[in-house]
Write a protein that binds this ligand. Structure first.
Ligand SMILES: [Zn+2]
Ligand SMILES: [Zn+2]
Ligand SMILES: [Zn+2]
Ligand SMILES: [Zn+2]
Length: 316
């Protein structure tokens, strides 16, 4: 018996996150939901998407700073006060939680990776996902199901297996985009989709001009104007270089109101929590089988005793 096919969740056609069935429009991007449901797409190699809106409590200023991409090194920088702090174990917590939500939060009694040999005996974690507000509170932010959309035609994208970089292909216009693998690998992710992680983007420079901080092109040194607090990438108007603006740079130039953005984890296979729950279910099953076995032995013994008693009675 093979596992039944997973029913992919319904998504918003504006931003790609899980649809809220109780609302006419998306609370995250404001787009009205289309009458016919659009679903996330099946991904290759047991892959699936989880949307992230990360944030951390700054140990220096006490405000929440956004986590809009994985930083180089093991620290993150607060955009409110500019202080860098260690964060690497926290990334692991966020990724593990996202993995569990993506696995168990998927529609169906047992979620994304049911094992036909072992029925789970305890309630499915994150069973409420998909019945109301989409975001689930996570350590260091919130996560939900969904599927990133093509920047051009807004169709859901699909991961392309293999390759030096993590590549996605639009299911509509077939446009491909590639993202760095190294930051994802560091935290056991199959991939990460965020503007800041697109390959061949160089980090912008920062210089000060009479006290004002100016963002410059890493290729031609030209001033990059019109960059907002939410931009993670830009193209130089002078030399067309593809540039990235990391949270660290936003912090450096004083973008204190850099928003929490929606970005994406690509995960693969069952989560660690499922392995533990399945192990408990298996132990229960074995325990029950053992008890039933003991009962059978006892019943046989009783039958033998009765037979011996009857035989003895007959002889008398
Ligand atoms: Zn939306
Ligand atoms: Zn701070
Ligand atoms: Zn497209
Ligand atoms: Zn340039």
């Amino acid at each position: 018996m093979s596992a039944p096919a997973v029913k992919e969740p319904s998504i918003c056609t504006g931003c790609g996150i899980l649809r809220d069935p109780t609302k006419p429009r998306c609370g995250t991007c404001g787009a009205a939901y289309p009458p016919a449901a659009v679903r996330a797409l099946a991904q290759p190699a047991q892959g699936f998407w989880v949307a992230v809106r990360g944030a951390f409590w700054c140990r220096a200023c006490g405000y929440q700073g956004p986590l809009n991409h994985i930083e180089e090194g093991d620290g993150v920088t607060c955009t409110k006060c500019g202080v860098e702090q260690k964060f690497d174990t926290s990334w692991k917590e966020l990724v593990a939680f996202a993995h569990a939500v993506g696995d168990f939060g998927t529609p169906g009694h047992e979620g994304r990776f049911p094992d036909p040999a072992i029925r789970l005996t305890e309630a499915k974690p994150h069973a409420q996902v998909g019945s109301g507000a989409p975001w689930v509170e996570a350590p260091h932010g919130e996560v939900t199901l969904g599927n990133p959309l093509c920047r051009g035609c807004r169709a859901p994208v699909v991961a392309v297996p293999g390759g030096a970089s993590f590549t996605t292909e639009c299911s509509g216009c077939k446009e491909r985009r590639s993202y760095e693998r190294a930051p994802a690998k560091r935290y056991k992710l199959a991939g990460v989709v965020a503007d800041e992680h697109e390959v061949d983007r160089r980090e912008v420079g920062v210089t000060s001009n009479r006290g004002a901080m100016i963002i410059t092109c890493p290729n031609c040194n030209g001033q990059l104007s019109g960059i907002t607090q939410s931009d993670g990438a830009c193209t130089c108007a002078f030399c067309s270089a593809q540039c990235r603006i990391s949270t660290r740079t936003h912090a450096k130039v004083g973008h204190a109101d850099t928003p929490r953005k929606v970005w994406w984890f690509h995960l693969a296979g069952p989560c660690a929590e499922r392995t533990q729950i399945a192990r408990r279910a298996k132990q229960q099953l074995e325990h029950r089988a053992k008890l039933e076995g003991k009962d059978r032995v006892r019943a046989a013994q009783v039958a033998r005793d009765n037979a011996a008693y009857d035989a003895a009675k007959k002889k008398r």
